[in-house]
Design a protein around this ligand. Structure first.
Ligand code: FE2
Length: 296
């Protein structure tokens, strides 16, 4: 049997309406001055205002950072650091899709440990403690809330830098299916396909083990049973919840295993042709499955 080192680091709170507990959870982590990292779409959707309300109800000062885009770059991380630096932040909330959560992690690296994000490319390069973080995903896709890596693009080369550290784990992830209902169908389709590929690639990876297989299999069951359901009926909260939970479990599978050729081939498509990650994955996964089937 393959060796493993399973260390759960993130408390996962799941349920419809759990978003309202953000302030309470933030207080439990000792937060009083919160950096809220949320992409501009979250402001438009009204989720940022809702987050501010629940945080302020617990007497927290909240500072919103929204100046970043999908697939955040090193320059965007630096802008976030410069914004947060004078604010004496003691808690970070990442609210949104994978970009918001990766951006929150990236800012945390440089805010708490100095230097530039490039210094954290690889694993375990943060020498000082990092600020506690809460993740609130609004897409059922990356599972970044369950992982210790942030993927940040180099502005000049567009190379994706995977920056990881055990200290970069979110302390709490709040999974509220209600938050995923408002996303457009195309985003549901693309992010959902990404989550499915996470479940599949971790399950067939040579790095799989008894722990990662538990997460891969249950993630696959939830995602496979509900992907078409959420596309047919976007307001089906039961199916939305299954997708959100499945995406997180697939994220845990990545954390304990490894991705495969689909992701390796998809990154250049995103870097050089601006194809959304989930779309690039959807384009490539059937071909990689077929290619692997010759030896499986
Ligand atoms: Fe992915």
């Amino acid at each position: 049997m393959s060796p493993f080192d399973f260390r759960p680091r993130t408390r996962i709170l799941f349920g419809t309406g759990e978003f309202a507990r953000l302030g309470e959870v933030a207080r439990e982590l000792g937060g009083t001055r919160c950096l809220l990292v949320a992409d501009p779409g979250m402001v438009e959707a009204g989720y940022v205002q809702e987050a501010i309300r629940t945080l302020k109800a617990r007497r927290m000062d909240v500072f919103g950072f929204h100046e970043f885009e999908a697939s955040p770059s090193a320059a965007m991380i630096e802008a976030g650091r410069a914004f947060a630096d004078p604010l004496q932040i003691n808690l970070i909330v990442g609210l949104g899709g994978g970009s918001s959560m990766d951006c929150a992690k990236g800012i945390n690296f440089v805010l708490s440990n100095g230097g530039t994000i490039r210094d954290y490319w690889g694993y375990g390069n943060a020498k000082r403690p990092m600020l506690p973080m809460i993740a609130v995903p609004t897409t059922a896709g990356t599972g970044s809330e369950a992982q210790t890596y942030a993927v940040i693009s180099d502005d000049a080369t567009r190379v994706k830098m995977a920056c990881g550290d055990a200290k970069a784990a979110f302390r709490v992830a709040i999974l509220d299916p209600k938050l995923t209902v408002s996303q457009p169908a195309a985003l549901t389709a693309a992010t959902g396909y990404d989550a499915i590929s996470h479940a599949l690639e971790t399950l067939v990876s040579t790095r799989r083990n008894a722990i990662s297989e538990c997460f891969s299999r249950e993630a696959w069951r939830l995602l496979n049973d509900n992907y078409e359901r959420v596309l047919a009926n976007p307001s089906d909260l039961e199916a939305r919840g299954a997708m959100l939970a499945g995406a997180s479990l697939a994220g845990l599978a990545i954390e304990n295993s490894m991705l495969g050729a689909t992701h390796a081939c998809a990154y250049p498509l995103t870097a050089h042709y601006d194809i959304a990650h989930g779309v690039a994955i959807a384009l490539l996964l059937p071909h990689v499955v077929e290619w692997n089937s010759q030896v499986a």
